[in-house]
Design a protein around this ligand. Structure first.
Ligand code: ADP
Ligand code: MG
Length: 606
């Protein structure tokens, strides 16, 4: 049995049982489906994308109110007089989606700039505001709400009963899960997965993380709006209560308890919370002898317990138990013949690829880079050395768009790069690694490396959801595998990156940079943590890349490694360049000797 078969079997069983289930169970399943639609959006937003939102209930409200208003308001009836009544709810859906997309985009543009705890606080703020807007708009019936919302019908089939509407609810939910599953399993999915912990890294791979975050936010809001639309036509009336902040928090419970990073965890969480709420609302008031929403307290405790015991929610626990009986899913590459990936023309050997001129960086009082001049040519290895704290990593950030110099200019492939984000550097062919390794530890080496090829693919979200990206995806994964093999890590391609020793994780970063087919490679201490033989094979790889015409700038402490490999060496001390020249010239320079404790360069062979 594969997980896929089990899923299909469960769906088939549900479908077969559907006509026979008692009405109460059907209604309960309808609500579980509706909540799951919202929770699955939150799993994408919070669990995968790292953006916590307490305000999703408000988007459910937008979807519900849009259709309720359109179907009941005399103004709308006048404007749409000639339309058949059956078409109104569908127009309501379109209106709800449009309004939600617009509002979510605007709110996202403001809120997503907030960092840390301010983002969840921001979502609370607009969650509350929208709730009060629903309650205070006269056109929306105030706190009494709108009644006589008509039932849905599709092509003449009446969906007024919970059993009939439930079919639509679950079809939409399963379709959403399918599409989101496909999305996560794609080029764009790799970018989305990097949003939570690897934004600086993802930008350096060419991902526009701000845009991806907003799209994810709008997507989650749209799923909530669809849920609200269905809810309005199930209940047949709407008022503000189900869209308040409490419910927003419950949606978050569902996503977190079920498994914040797992799509099916949303369904699990929605089921658990719905069933629990059902029971608790019966028992708690009797137990406590007073009425009130006491279940919220239990949910809070439950969430604390789950976060303590199983930080990733309950879904991974369940899949962990069942793993014994399940066959692992074979890595899908798609059977389609791979597409051709675009290749850039490499610069001719000797051409200046990167030119930094008088680059200065001040951190308040400290001058980390002081008028540094440095260029890197195609077909050379240029080493940047200097004691700890000399400003090497800072300089890397200046020339890769991670940070802006206080003064001075950087040009890449002849283009001035002032104020450009690091993804613009990536687009011009700059590949880099980080001194402190930045990999997605839980994802496979293959996926990490494939992210490096992000800019060589074109297919977007829709294409990924509908799986029309398979030729390109096959090509991207094949390219990632090629680079992994080239770097000597073929046997680890399918293991999680975090399970490799740190030294090899650095090599994974090199493979990731190479997957972007760069014309210049910036390596920050690539040999740190490698054993002697591994250093030798790294040196061979870099020499080979130089032979192919790449420009390579490397920061490294291992002087034997540097002096044997580099064509030119620039020495930095206290942010200032104190020497530049061939390895032999630099080693003979008295200032360099002085900088290195007044003696020989450690480990250097003259
Ligand atoms: P290296 O990579 O050569 O060891 P760094 O570039 O990391 O040196 O650091 C150079 C100097 O700049 C150090 O004194 C460091 O403390 C300081 N520095 C680096 N980044 C920052 C920052 N974001 N804010 C303040 N000081 C910084
Ligand atoms: Mg450093």
């Amino acid at each position: 049995m594969t997980p896929r078969r089990i899923t299909l079997l469960a769906i088939a069983l549900l479908a077969l049982a559907w006509p026979l289930l008692p009405p109460f169970t059907v209604t309960l399943l309808d609500y579980i489906g509706l909540y799951s639609l919202v929770a699955v959006g939150l799993v994408m937003l919070t669990g995968v994308g790292g953006m916590t939102s307490f305000g999703q209930a408000a988007f459910v409200g937008l979807g519900a109110y849009a259709t309720a208003w359109l179907c009941t308001s005399p103004t709308a009836a006048q404007a749409l007089g000639m339309l058949p009544v059956g078409a109104l709810p569908w127009l309501g859906l379109v209106l709800g989606l449009a309004v939600t997309a617009l509002i979510a985009w605007a709110l996202g543009a403001v809120t997503l700039r907030l960092s840390g705890h301010y983002l969840p606080l921001g979502t609370i703020a607009w969650g509350l505001s929208l709730y009060y807007i629903f309650g205070n708009l006269e056109a929306l019936g105030g706190f009494t709400g709108l009644a006589s919302v008509p039932p849905l019908s599709i092509a003449g089939i009446d969906l007024s009963s919970p059993r009939a509407l439930g079919v639509l609810i679950w079809v939409l939910l399963l379709a959403a899960i399918g599409c989101l599953h496909n999305l996560l399993d794609s080029r764009e999915g790799r970018a989305i997965r990097a949003l939570r912990t690897g934004r600086v890294m993802a930008e350096s791979m060419g991902v526009d993380t701000g845009r991806q975050r907003i799209k994810l936010f709008v997507l989650a809001a749209l799923l909530a709006a669809v849920s609200g639309w269905l809810y309005a036509h199930l209940q047949r009336f709407v008022n503000p209560t189900p869209f308040n902040l409490n419910i927003g928090i419950e949606y978050l419970f569902m996503a977190v308890v079920g498994g914040s990073g797992h799509l099916w965890g949303a369904v699990l969480g929605a089921t658990l919370i719905t069933l629990l709420k059902e029971q608790l609302q019966d028992w708690l008031p009797r137990l406590l002898g007073a009425s009130g929403n006491f279940e919220v307290i239990v949910f809070g405790l439950l969430m604390l317990l789950v976060l303590q015991r199983a930080a990733d929610g309950l879904w991974p626990l369940i899949t962990g138990w069942t793993q014994r009986w399940l066959k692992p899913v074979p890595r899908r590459g798609g059977s389609a013949a791979p597409a051709e990936l675009p290749r850039r023309d490499l610069p001719v050997p000797g051409q200046v690829v990167l030119d930094a001129s008088a680059v200065t960086k001040r951190f308040s009082g400290l001058v980390a880079n002081n008028a540094v001049n440095l260029d890197v040519k195609a077909g050379e290895v240029h080493a940047l050395i200097g004691p700890n704290g000399a400003g090497k990593s800072t300089f890397f950030n200046m020339i890769s768009g991670v940070d802006d110099p206080t003064s001075g200019t950087v040009s890449l492939m002849g283009q001035p790069m002032a104020g450009q984000p690091s993804r613009a550097f990536a687009a011009l062919g700059l590949g880099r690694t980080f001194q402190h390794v930045r990999l997605l530890g839980q994802r496979s080496v293959l996926e990490n490396v494939a992210l490096g090829a992000h800019l060589r693919g074109r297919r977007g979200w829709l294409s990924a959801m509908l799986r029309t990206d398979r030729r390109e995806e096959t090509a991207l994964l094949a390219e990632a595998r090629r680079q992994i093999e080239r770097c000597g890590l073929a046997e680890y391609a399918d293991t999680p990156a975090a399970s490799l020793p740190l030294g090899q994780q650095r090599i994974v970063e090199i493979a990731r940079a190479l997957a972007g087919q760069p014309s210049i490679l910036l390596l920050d201490e690539p040999a740190a943590g490698l054993r002697h033989l591994e250093k030798q094979s790294l040196a061979r790889l870099l020499a080979q890349l130089r032979g192919e015409g790449l420009a390579i700038l490397v920061v490294e402490h291992d002087m034997e490694f540097v002096m044997n490999l580099a064509d030119r060496v620039t020495v930095l001390e206290f942010g200032t360049v104190i020497a530049i020249g061939t390895p032999t010239e630099v080693q003979a320079d008295p200032r360099v000797m002085a900088a290195y404790l007044g003696g020989d360069l450690p480990g250097a062979h003259a």
